[in-house]
Design a protein around this ligand. Structure first.
Ligand code: SF4
Length: 457
């Protein structure tokens, strides 16, 4: 059996046409995990394509093509799926978007996998090999992350990434921040891998650096404490994601530092406490942001801070205020996005019932394009404000001030900041629609996808 696994990219990140180059990429885990789950007795020949670093071929030499889709890449995934099917391949779609909108994904595939793939995907492959594949494979209600095979990193284009050492210890998140798709897609809880299996996987990695891609590493604190305790003797340097609560618990924070953490992605989201309270993220204390960042910097941990514009409380003054606070906090690598109501979530349904969704081209659901009418400003003000915030924060003088003040991992910070500066400059000129069409997908295809989405969304 010839198996081709594809992760499509949104046009802004796509190989050659995209903005981010090698220096800012770590290898995604989805494809390598799916490859590892292929039952050995099928004797499958497996090829992986991450479209962020390698183009998708025009001709598919495969019996089965598996495609992973998030909302922003769904139209691209559908275009690839349609082409593969027209060439006689069987196509399976999976990932967050097919999980949230299964009926839509079924229009472009022979089968879909919803939820986690660990149990459903091997079953699907068995059924396919015996000629009795079903249309829908769902994850069990309580999926296990125990005893999973090691991701097939050997199948990746190694030189295309800053590191192929991406690992996860947990999935999901018990919080329910109003804009986040994770608890909606995977359930409001954290799923944990046995710690000894995570440690064993890390021990086997080449090189000292790794990225822990868990959406919220400290979701289960006793688990996080034990994980950090067992990571410390490995003497690795790692980067990951946590919430602003990370510095509150002294024991947990000390263990995180000793485990080799060198950088954290933290969702600050807003500089307004009332906004945070309204979006169920009241645990982010705006009055303590400065102290939190300082504590992280004091222990040598760089901060990638995420901020979102366009919440119902936000008015046009939000951009300038946020840019000022970001500069004051000395965040090493700030990141801005616009509030995005992902289809299949309650917030999408609410805005839809208020007639506030004006864009149903999912390729624009990339958190950088405004797709709904904000409450206290126009969509144009929101879009322009986002661009301005990026450009202001990534002026050379602003970059220099932040890096000098932080002094954490300066070389990584300089490279990442220059990458983001390039991204900020390109962002406002970048129109996903023109690129979708220029990447071998005809306008007709695109219009057809847009129509089918409107009908099912
Ligand atoms: S803490 Fe992070 S991962 Fe968890 S729901 Fe909030 S935004 Fe999502």
């Amino acid at each position: 059996m010839k198996l081709l696994l594809i992760m499509p990219s949104g046009s802004i990140h796509r190989h050659r046409s995209g903005n981010f180059k090698k220096v800012l990429r770590y290898a995604p885990l989805t494809l390598t995990t799916l490859a590892a789950l292929v039952p050995a007795n099928l004797g499958a020949e497996i090829r992986l394509i991450d479209e962020g670093v390698e183009p998708v071929p025009n001709d598919f030499d495969a019996d089965l093509v598996g495609i992973n889709a998030i909302t922003g890449t769904a139209p691209r995934a559908y275009a690839i799926a349609d082409r593969a099917r027209s060439q006689g391949c069987t196509v399976v779609l999976g990932g967050v978007h097919p999980t949230l909108l299964p009926d839509e994904a079924l229009l472009h595939s022979d089968a879909i996998v919803t939820g986690f793939a660990e149990q459903a995907w091997p079953q699907l492959l068995h059924d396919f090999s015996e000629g009795r594949m079903k249309r829908v494979y769902r994850a069990p209600s309580n999926p296990s992350l125990e005893g999973l095979p090691t991701p097939r990193r050997d199948l990746l284009c190694k030189n295309a990434y800053i590191t192929v050492n991406s690992v996860y210890a947990s999935r999901g998140c018990p919080n329910r921040c109003g804009f986040c798709v994770i608890p909606v897609a995977w359930g409001q809880r954290a799923y944990l891998r046995p710690i000894h299996e995570v440690i064993h996987e890390i021990e086997a990695l080449d090189g000292r650096d790794l990225v822990l891609i868990d959406p919220n590493l400290i979701a289960n604190r006793p688990y996080a404490r034990q994980l950090f305790r067992e990571m410390a003797p490995l003497r690795r340097r790692w980067y990951g994601l946590a919430t602003t609560e990370i510095t509150d618990d002294k024991e947990l924070f000390d263990l995180l530092v000793r485990s080799g953490c060198k950088g954290l992605f933290i969702g600050f989201e807003s500089v307004s406490q009332s906004t945070l309270n309204r979006i169920n993220k009241g645990f982010n204390p705006v009055h303590r942001y400065k102290e939190i960042v300082r504590r992280l910097h004091d222990r040598g941990i760089a901060v990638q801070g995420a901020f979102v514009f366009g919440f119902d409380n936000d008015d046009p003054s939000v951009f300038e205020r946020t840019v000022e606070v970001v500069a004051e906090l000395k965040i090493d690598l700030p990141r801005y996005s616009v509030f995005t109501p992902f289809p299949g979530t309650p917030v999408f349904n609410r805005l839809s019932s208020q007639q506030r969704i004006f864009e149903k081209d999912w390729s624009l659901y990339d958190a950088q394009h405004v797709v709904f009418r904000p409450n206290r400003m126009t969509a144009e003000q929101l879009q322009e404000g986002l661009y301005r915030a990026w450009l202001e924060t990534y002026k050379l003088s602003s970059i220099a001030r932040r890096i000098v003040a932080s002094r954490c991992t300066p070389l990584v910070s300089i490279a990442a900041n220059l990458g983001y500066k390039y991204y900020a400059a390109k962002l406002s000129q970048f129109d996903n629609r023109t690129l979708v069409e220029s990447n071998n997908d005809t306008h007709k295809d695109h219009a057809h996808h847009a129509r089918s989405r409107v009908q099912t969304g």
